[in-house]
Design a protein around this ligand. Structure first.
Ligand code: ADP
Length: 264
């Protein structure tokens, strides 16, 4: 049995006293070394969940526990050591003038010795296939390369969970597929929990479990296959099941099993 890493317990959130609730009584758990996807149409509350997970926001009701620690104003710095986040726009995430500086930044803040840092930078950039770009200025990289560096920078501080908040949304389909492949490899190698937040159902195929959000509520929670089987209901809440998943399901009914790689 895997340990619980993240717990949302009856969490409700609104952006201000006079504002409507954007999350309503949300409860779910994420386990160690588990890959989950959070999906839902725009405005369903996904990004708000991500921000609550690293203490950028706090719920008015309910509680969030990360690695046994309740997320509060006092605990956010401890919590942030466990939670690495990569957002949609890579340009907003760079702090260094070179790729190397950027990956070093989080470690420098934690006072990690130089020897270990150099080793770690090399290891993380290799993990995301960017080891040849140490001295490159981030703005000279392609969108996909920037996201790889952003992922390496987050991994360098050894979090227990990596959250990708629409992190591939600005990439073309090929770049998207490559990043997801890298992330899956990194997740397995580093035994991370991975939370992929997306409105693109193609990205959920690799998840073990999918949490579907609708209008601020947890609408369903199941394996990708079980979620995709509800294609009519999903359409009603603004989500389209990828053709390849429908095809795979039809083939299965006919006794033909599609290989997992074929779905990616
Ligand atoms: P998603 O990531 O699923 O698109 P969000 O969590 O970004 O959804 O948004 C959920 C709801 O909260 C939306 O109705 C959105 O308009 C509202 N919202 C998001 N950010 C803010 C904010 N800073 N101030 C007020 N309302 C916000």
């Amino acid at each position: 049995m895997r340990n619980k890493l993240i717990e949302f317990k009856n969490v409700s959130f609104k952006y201000g006293e006079e504002q409507p609730w954007v999350l309503k009584n949300c409860s779910f758990e994420v386990y160690e070394n588990e890959a989950i996807a959070i999906i839902g149409h725009n405005g369903s509350g996904k990004s708000t969940i991500a921000k609550l997970m690293n203490g950028l926001l706090f719920p008015q009701e309910g509680e969030i526990v990360i690695n046994g620690q309740r997320v509060t104003e006092e605990s956010i710095w401890e919590v942030r050591k466990e939670v690495g986040m990569v957002f949609q726009n890579p340009d907003n995430q760079f702090v260094g003038t070179t790729v190397q500086d950027d990956v070093a930044f989080g470690m420098e803040n934690r006072g990690i010795p130089r020897e270990i840092m150099i080793n770690q930078i090399d290891k993380m950039l290799t993990a995301v296939g960017m080891q040849d770009y140490l001295m490159t200025e981030p703005h000279k990289l392609s969108g996909g390369q920037k996201q790889r560096v952003a992922i390496a920078s987050v991994l360098a501080i050894s979090p227990k969970v990596l959250i990708l908040d629409e992190a591939t949304a600005m990439l073309d389909p090929k770049g998207r597929k490559e990043i997801m492949k890298t992330v899956t490899e990194v997740q397995e190698e580093h035994q991370l929990s991975l939370i992929t937040i997306t409105h693109d159902l193609y990205e959920v195929v690799q998840a073990e479990r999918v949490i579907v959000m609708n209008k601020g509520e947890v609408w369903d929670e199941a394996t990708p296959r079980d979620i995709f089987a509800k294609k009519e209901e999903l359409r009603k809440i603004g989500l389209d099941v990828p053709f390849v998943a429908i095809l795979s399901d039809e083939l299965k009914k006919a006794g033909i099993e599609m290989k997992r790689e074929a779905l990616n």
